[in-house]
Design a protein around this ligand. Structure first.
Ligand code: ATR
Length: 474
């Protein structure tokens, strides 16, 4: 047993928990460490004890006893029931003013429930999104904490110390109360799905229409990565495409089964978007694209059906096509991020969160998977006008989209003519055209709804609610 010397406790020492604990210790914090299976605690201290000051604890009681007041306990166990089990174990050992931080990938609704329950006991519950995988956890993640402002006053400096930095600026900010942090982390992952799918569609077009090899496409991505598409995902895409399978000598991308997996945060994002009535269509299409890729029987049933025609392009036509794809990818990326930010704003209205979208864009600039040069401009746009209804309301983004729209349409049209699926690129374009339209056929939908269900409609020429007495055919 130790005296209460630790600045923070970490329970759950699998990869993420262990690396976060090491990150705290490397930054000069005394870290009490605990795991259900004590062998992991011993392994951490044996292997990495020299990196800082760890206080190993065998039991929950020992862990709590090792913590300075107000106690700060970070829970890094499997999301779901394990989190509830750990909270149930530790909460009775804590006092009013203490803080439990859930750094796992919890659903924000669970975080809201847990926060409300613990608040009754005076315990601050902080759902903190931690992005950047195991590498980020160790060397500097992007951290998205929710919970009370009081808790951030204490925890903020610790999170900021261990987070990634851009020009010395920490990638951590108090996102908003209760589940806001986990919500924003979820949307981060949804945007990640969209960004990845858009990049994959761009690759597919360059491969099938441009007839470039994976190695050539890797070079295209490397070039794009020096421009406005500069991002971690473009960078790693080039690496993956340039990689050759050691066993066969084939491009690595050709020996990988084309059925994409998912852990569920994309699905949560889409479910929340539906709940909020927020049109996150590029994110949804990216999520469904993964699902479709794994529908083996359906794919077999459709496989022999006719597609489009794919005439060969000359080299100069292929080069021009490549430039069009860059425009389409960039415009669609702006739309996908805009959908994500819109969702966050819609959720803030729904759940009473005060979220600074510029600050969110700011902490995504490093330490997380969607880190991208263009987020600096997103941050600046919201910093200048916090109530910006859309990124496209900002003149610079609007000008870029205006310049991109013809090649964007050409890209989607080429894909459609040739029968190459571009669900995310085309959903982004449809989103643009939907919101741009002077009038939408939603007027006809209202007529249909009034016809069969007397749902009533509003008129364009005078206020009020109307119903037409339809002389029905049947
Ligand atoms: P990873 O970081 O590898 O993704 P995870 O699967 O999210 O890890 O979480 C695994 C951690 O949750 C482990 O520390 C595990 O404890 P054990 O090492 O004893 O297996 C912990 N964990 C899972 N269920 C738990 C529970 N009911 N109570 C306490 N800890 C639990």
């Amino acid at each position: 047993m130790s005296d209460a010397s630790a600045h923070i406790g970490v329970t759950g020492l699998a990869v993420m928990g262990r690396n976060l604990a090491r990150n705290f210790a490397r930054n000069g914090f005394t870290v009490a460490v605990h795991n259900r299976t004590p062998a992991r605690t011993r392994a951490l201290v044996d292997e990495f004890g020299h990196e800082g000051t760890f206080v190993p604890a065998e039991t929950a009681k020992e862990l709590v006893a090792a913590l300075q007041r107000p106690r700060r306990l970070m829970v890094m166990v499997q999301a779901g029931e394990a989190t509830d089990a750990v909270i149930d174990e530790f909460a009775p050992l804590l006092e009013a003013g203490d803080m439990i931080i859930d750094g796992g990938n919890a659903h924000f609704a669970d975080t809201r429930r847990r926060e409300a329950a613990l608040r009754e006991q005076g315990i601050h519950f902080v759902g903190a999104g931690v992005s950047g995988g195991e590498e980020g956890a160790l060397n500097g993640p992007s951290i998205m904490p929710g919970g009370s402002a009081e808790s951030y006053a204490v925890l903020g400096p610790m999170f900021e110390a261990i987070s990634a930095k851009v020009d010395g600026e920490p990638m951590s900010t108090h996102v908003g109360t209760d589940g806001a942090g986990h919500f924003v982390k979820m949307v981060h992952n949804g945007i990640e799905y969209a960004d990845m799918q858009l990049i994959a569609e761009a690759y597919d077009l360059l491969r099938q229409v441009g007839r470039y090899t994976p190695a050539e496409i890797a070079d295209v991505f490397r070039t794009w990565n020096t421009g406005r598409l500069d991002s971690y995902l473009i960078e790693i895409t080039a690496e993956v495409l340039a990689h050759t399978d050691a066993d066969t000598g084939l491009p690595f991308v050709d020996i990988v089964a084309d059925a994409a997996g998912q852990k569920g945060t994309g699905r949560w994002t889409v479910q929340s978007a539906l709940d909020l009535g927020s049109p996150a269509t590029a994110i949804a299409q990216a999520t469904f694209a993964r699902a479709a890729s794994s529908q083996e029987a359906l794919r077999t049933a459709y496989r022999e059906l006719p597609g489009g025609v794919s005439p060969d392009l000359t080299r100069s036509e292929a080069a021009r096509f490549t430039a069009q794809v860059e425009q389409a990818l960039y415009a669609s990326k702006v739309i996908a991020y805009d959908q994500g930010f819109t969702m966050i704003r819609d959720a803030a209205d729904e759940y009473g969160w005060d979220i600074d979208l510029g600050a969110v864009a700011g902490i995504w600039r490093a330490g997380c998977i969607i880190r991208a040069a263009f987020l600096d401009r997103v941050r600046a746009a919201y910093a200048e006008s916090p109530a910006l209804p859309s990124l496209l309301s900002q003149p610079e983004f609007a000008a870029e989209i205006t310049a991109a729209q013809v090649p964007w349409r050409e890209t989607v049209a080429s894909a459609t003519r040739r029968g190459i699926p571009v669900p995310a690129l085309s959903a982004a374009l449809a989103h643009y055209d939907t919101l741009r339209a002077g009038r939408l056929p939603a007027a006809l939908l209202q007529g249909q709804r009034d016809y069969f269900g007397a749902h009533t409609y509003r008129r364009t020429d005078r206020p009020g609610s109307f119903h037409t007495h339809w002389a029905k055919a049947d």
